[in-house]
Structure formats: structure tokens, C-alpha cells
Design a protein around this ligand. Sequence first.
Ligand code: PLP
Length: 359
Amino acid sequence: MRKFNFSAGPAALPEPVLYQAQQELLDWHGLGCSVMEISHRTAEFIAVAERAEQDLRDLLSIPESYKVLFLQGGATAQFAAVPWNLFGSGAKKADYIHSGHWAAKAIKEARRYGEVTVVASSEDRNFRYAPAKDCWQQSAEAAYLHYTPNETIGGVEFDYVPEVDCPLVADMSSSILSRPIPVDKFGVIYAGAQKNMGPSGIAVAIVREDLLHRAMAGIPRGLSWKVAADAGSMDNTPPTFAWYLSGLVFQWLKAQGGVEAMARLADKKSALLYEFLDRSEFFSSPVEKESRSRMNVPFVLADERLHKPFLEAAGEAGLLGLKGHRSVGGMRASLYNAVPLEAVVALVAFLSDFEARRG
Ligand SMILES: *Cc1c(COP(=O)(O)O)cnc(C)c1O
């Protein structure tokens, strides 16, 4: 029996997608083998790849002037790919907004290749909020500004897109496809698939074409957006099964009404949970109200000794993946697109019951 899955990543996938993959697994479209057993150079797989790209373009209204790349190495490889691809012309300087765990990793990696200025940080209040829109200034020679629109571990989400003169780079791993985005305000958007897009093993980068010519000399082939773009993301063998499965998720998203429908659903799901947490005298959200994520909802119990009994009872109630990240403790419910409203209704009912019994 499938349970309600609040895992932060790899995370829940839409049930119809899993059924379709199951149906097609042994004999894909009459080929007599699975889609992961054929060459990525076959006309059949190229059609799968192109359809996935077109569906993603449709979902996010990606302009023609952007390349859509399907890559490996997760978002973490992109932490290095960003400076490697953008520091080639100019001063090797970049601005970063520091909003928590993932921003810190991106900053640390970029510092290996150039000079990073942290133009805004929410460290003063322990990363419980997103730095405000007008509280910082871009540096003079920045090759780009990097930020993390949704901090998956802290549960902090920006409710605005930074306005800058240099290319804006965003790590959208945990919020891509959860709402419409003005792609033309960005130079580069990247995301690992395993939160809101598909299985692990594939990442997407959406890169404005003029930024394909700014790489540092000696860039490793596997990190080069230009190489990937010129080869249709097939310079080497791509993760074909993850690409195919992400494509099924894109088709499912379109059938659900696209990212507008996902945005409405995300608002509804997260509001239901935050309203409960704010009413509760036992559970609470550590994140400041204006910056609360619609995707990842960390919460704490008034009594830490109940952590273990809480997780055990949740497991028995059919609620999976509620343990918070090891770096911060507490609990976290991730409410990605594939998590249905009923799952959140069941979670709130469980929390309410647990509070009545143990709170
Ligand atoms: C999960 C996550 C990452 C790391 O992704 P990998 O694919 O494991 O490299 C980076 N940034 C954000 C915002 C994430 O949520």
C-alpha cells in the first residue's frame, strides 16, 4: 500500500507516473525492451528527450533565447559549473545571497574559483527569514548574482525575484515548477530533479544563450554548458531513465493544469499546515511568517523527548519522511507537487491527535 510521503528528496512522485512507468517497463512502445535498454542515439529516445524539453519549455514559458540542458552531478555539480561557466570574461567576482544551508554550499564552492561577496545574509537571525528585497547592493564587477529561492532545509522561501544588472543565477532545486516564474529575469536557473521534477540522477539548467560564451579556460568538459548545449545534452551518455521519467512528470503536470494549478495547490496545502502550527500549543514553525516556504515546512515539538515517539506514531499512521534534516533536527514536511492535498489533511489530523494525546 502506498503511504503519504513527505520526504525532502528524493521525494514523492505522482502515482499515475509510477503506474505508467510500470506498464511500460518491460516493453516500451512495442520495442520489446525498456526505454533504459536502448541507445540514447536512437530516434526513439531522441523523441523522448525532445518531448521532455518541449513540455518543460511549455510549462515554464521558457523563451527561445534560452537553452534547456539535462545534466548529471545534481545541483552540487552546478555549484561549480556556475563559476566555471561565468568567470571567463572579467574579474572572477560574484555576488551571493546567503540564506542558509544550500546557499552556504554554493558560496563555498564558488570561492574555490573566484572572489565571492556575500551581499545579503540572514545569518543574524539564524536563517529564519529571507533577506529583504532592498537591503543590499550589487558589487561593481560581479559576473553574476546567485541566490537560492527556496532553502529546502531551513524552509525559507523568497517571495520576490532580486532585481540586478548582472545575470541572475538561481538554484531552484526545491521550488522549480511550483509556480510560474519570469524566466527572462534570470540568466541561469538550475535544479536537481529529485525534489519537484523527477527521480535523482538528472539536473536541469536553463541558460540564456549569450551566457554560453563566458567560460573559464580549462573548464572540465562535463561541466561546460556550451558543450552540453551543442550536443543536445548528449555529449556523453545521459541518464536516460531519469530523463524519461522526468518527461512523464512534465506530461502529468500539464494534465493537472500546469504550474498555475500547482501554485494554487501549494498555497492551499502549506496554508493548511501553517495555520495548524500557529494554532497549536505543542507544535510550532521556527520560520518567520513572511518567508515561510510553500514546499518545505520545518516544525518543532515543544518537548524534544517526544521526537522518537512522534516519528514512530507517524510511521504507524502511514506518514513517511517527516524527520528533519540532520543538521537542524526537528521535523519537516515537504509538500512538493506530487504530494496531494489529502496527504496534508491526514498530516494535520495526525498532528492534532498527537497533541491531544501527548501534548
Ligand atoms: C537538494 C538540494 C541541493 C543538492 O542537490 P544534489 O542534487 O544532491 O546535488 C542543492 N540545492 C538545493 C536548494 C537543494 O534542495
